[in-house]
Design a binder for this molecule. Structure first.
Ligand code: SF4
Length: 679
């Protein structure tokens, strides 16, 4: 029996896990929470607890495949390198793209970013984190000058009021929720949920504010205007640490979008509790106005001085286990690397550090635009790593058409048959959780180790290794000559000196000289510390910015009168390729449900337990009906997880349009236009 400390595979809470591995070769493992990990103090949710049920080899991709035939690694890697080389030679570097994932480790992400932006010479690497928290990133950049989360989980232990915006925390970040509940018991902390739906979290709140979809910006503008009227602004902080867009203070008067009585209750709670954390998540981010929502929240905290203090701040919670690590190294198409942009000086710095022959000229295409460019034939080589865009992208029917048209699709994955893998010309078997070895960064900027529990099965390889083998075949072996993830980590950590030299908060240089043994034994650490911007914001002026924001115009479509929301279930994860393997997890919600308000159900002849088809301009999907007073009238909600293979017509991401936030490029999954037909 071996005991190995690692990090959970799922969400951005980043819980530490202690795995007891049987060691007899049957991949048996008992999972408990790691009591020494600061993110969870030994707690786990149902998904983390049942990780052991998902590590079997059923359905795994264990050999390279070219088409439907098993191939040697050499043949598969030669083909990938040749196709990419030919594509660059014939159509230029922007005809090549990588679509990667918050499931990758930071070391994998670093290699993918370096290969694309420094050697292929294109910015066309984007990640499924674009679907998750890109708007929060853009809001941080606009307000703080850098993508820095100003809070730590410890702030949740020491606060008097928590506003949960667009977050069903009890289901989607359960260990954070457990922490909040503990704080509430201990110090009587008040909890407010701002969400169109009466979720399981809202049921347990002191106050639920059921705004209209995308009503967050108007509500926070109105809240700030009211605090100004009540004399609750922090004038010293405003004078010394903050600057505002021209006309900022004149643009706050908005209709809060809720009844006067409810708004007054909210204002009273906020006015009485200056120690306040606003925790925001996908309900805020997944919107055509997601960046403005993030800035509306941050504006409020800046103007009232509720930031950089214990128990106070705007706190974006990420969805994926390593969305933050990907952001650090440059996995988003609009960042170069290590929080650096594309100025001539930054490009020169990065190019010199990498000794890169082809540093990219500027940002690449963000996810939705990337698949449009594939559809148009402009991108002709796509490498998808550890993600399933045929299911998870909005308007996924269009994405499938794009994949079918792409001359070369390479998929690195752990699962043999995903909806995306069916379009692959080459499939490369990658390490999964329990085999991976590297680091991840959670929502509070805490870097933790994921360690291997089992020997790699079949012919699977680490993602970073697969990419370095391709890079070597393309003539760049010297710059990708790593033998182990510790070497990649050191190169990345040392590179953050470039960010530090430009006044950025991101700084891992104290860890850049860890030995292999120290890397192996590395304890979780938090870059930026608990108060990363206590003395200075990483802008040119050193001050944070109040950004003028406006509520978004809803996406409407003639003949589609209902507002369509999409949501996650407590015990499922993304497209269910992992959680679908656990019988225990599948018991919670065995099938996807369409939640409808009773009045809408009556008007549309929908009966509880019957079937209904949701139709949008993009597609349709069939669900079992759940009549629920938790829905607002005129709005319906479906889960995001199920794929065609699992649920026939129940695939939800056929339904949302390709509309995105104009700043962040994040799709608006939460407020589409739909109609429902009884079957
Ligand atoms: Fe894993 Fe997230 Fe659950 Fe923690 S809260 S155990 S990281 S799924």
């Amino acid at each position: 029996m071996k005991v190995i400390r690692t990090t959970c595979a799922y969400c951005g809470v980043g819980c530490g896990v202690t795995a007891e591995v049987s060691g007899d070769g049957d991949r048996g493992v008992a999972i408990v929470g790691d009591r020494q990990h600061p993110a969870n103090d030994g707690r786990l949710c149902s998904k983390g607890t049942h990780l052991g049920e998902t590590v079997g080899l059923e359905g795994r991709l264990l050999r390279p495949m070219i088409g439907d035939s098993a191939a040697s690694w050499d043949d598969a890697l030669d083909l990938v390198a040749d196709r990419m080389t030919d594509c660059i030679a014939q159509h230029g570097p922007d005809s090549v793209a990588f679509y990667v994932s918050g499931q990758l480790l930071t070391e994998d992400y670093y290699v993918a970013n370096k290969l694309m932006k420094g050697f292929v010479g294109s910015g066309n690497i984007d990640t499924n984190s674009r679907l998750c928290m890109a708007s929060a990133v853009a809001a941080h950049n606009r307000a703080f000058g850098e993508d820095v989360v100003p809070c730590s989980y410890e702030d949740l232990d020491a606060t008097d009021l928590i506003l949960l915006v667009g977050s069903n925390t009890a289901w989607c970040h359960p260990v954070v929720w457990q922490r909040i509940e503990k704080t509430r018991e201990r110090r009587g902390t008040k909890i407010v949920v701002i969400d169109p739906r009466r979720t399981e979290t809202a049921e347990q709140a002191d106050l639920h504010v059921p705004i209209a979809p995308d009503g967050d910006t108007a509500l926070f503008n109105a809240l700030l205007a009211e605090m100004k009227r009540r004399g609750k602004l922090d004038q010293t902080f405003l004078r010394e640490r903050v600057e505002a867009d021209a006309g900022f203070w004149n643009g706050l008067d908005c209709d809060p979008g809720v009844t006067a009585g409810l708004f007054a209750k909210l204002c009273n709670l906020v006015a009485e509790h200056p120690r306040m954390v606003t925790l925001f998540s996908q309900g805020a981010n997944q919107s055509v106005g997601g960046t403005d929502k993030g800035n509306a929240i941050i504006n409020f905290h800046l103007a009232t001085g509720r930031i950089n203090r214990i128990g106070a701040g705007p706190f974006s919670i990420t969805g994926q286990p390593n969305a933050m690590g990907g952001r650090e190294v440059g996995g988003l198409a609009n960042m170069l690397a290590c929080h650096l942009g594309f100025s001539e000086q930054e490009r020169d710095d990065v190019s010199a550090y990498w000794n890169a022959p082809n540093i990219c000229a500027g940002p690449g295409l963000k996810a939705v635009d990337m698949f449009r460019a594939i559809h148009q034939g402009k991108i002709r080589f796509l490498w998808v790593m550890a993600t399933n865009p045929a299911v998870s992208m909005p308007d996924s029917h269009f994405v499938r058409e794009a994949l079918a048209r792409c001359p070369t699709v390479v998929v690195s994955d752990i699962i043999a048959d995903t909806d995306t893998a069916r379009f692959a010309h080459v499939r490369l078997p990658a390490h999964g959780w329990g085999e991976k070895d590297g680091t991840v960064t959670n929502s509070e900027r805490r870097v933790s180790r994921q360690r291997a529990l089992f020997p790699a099965p079949g012919e699977t390889r680490a993602d970073w290794k697969i990419m370095t083998d391709v890079a070597a075949r393309m003539g760049w072996g010297e710059s990708f000559a790593w033998d182990k993830p510790a070497e990649i980590f050191r190169e990345y950590a040392l590179m953050t000196a470039l960010a530090k030299a430009r006044g950025k908060v991101l700084d891992l240089t104290p860890h850049a000289r860890v030995s292999d043994e120290e890397y192996e034994a590395m304890e979780p650490f938090q870059w930026g510390g608990e108060r990363p911007m206590a003395w200075r914001f990483p802008t040119a002026s050193g001050r944070a910015r109040l950004v003028s924001v406006r509520p978004p115009v809803p996406v409407t479509s003639a003949g589609f009168p209902l507002r369509l929301n999409t949501a996650r279930y407590r015990d499922q994860w993304h497209t269910m390729t992992r959680t679908g393997l656990s019988p225990t997890l599948s018991q919670h919600r065995p099938e996807p449900l369409l939640e409808v308000h009773p009045a809408d159900a009556e008007a549309l002849d929908l009966v509880d337990g019957g079937l209904g088809r949701v139709e949008t301009a993009s597609g349709s999907a069939v669900y079992r009906i759940q009549v629920s007073t938790g829905q607002r009238r005129g709005e319906v909600c479906v889960p995001m997880h199920w794929t065609d293979a699992m649920a026939g017509e129940g695939r939800s991401n056929r339904l949302p349009s390709q509309a995105v936030d104009p700043v962040s490029g994040q799709p608006g999954f939460k407020n589409g236009a739909a109609r429902v037909v009884a079957l």
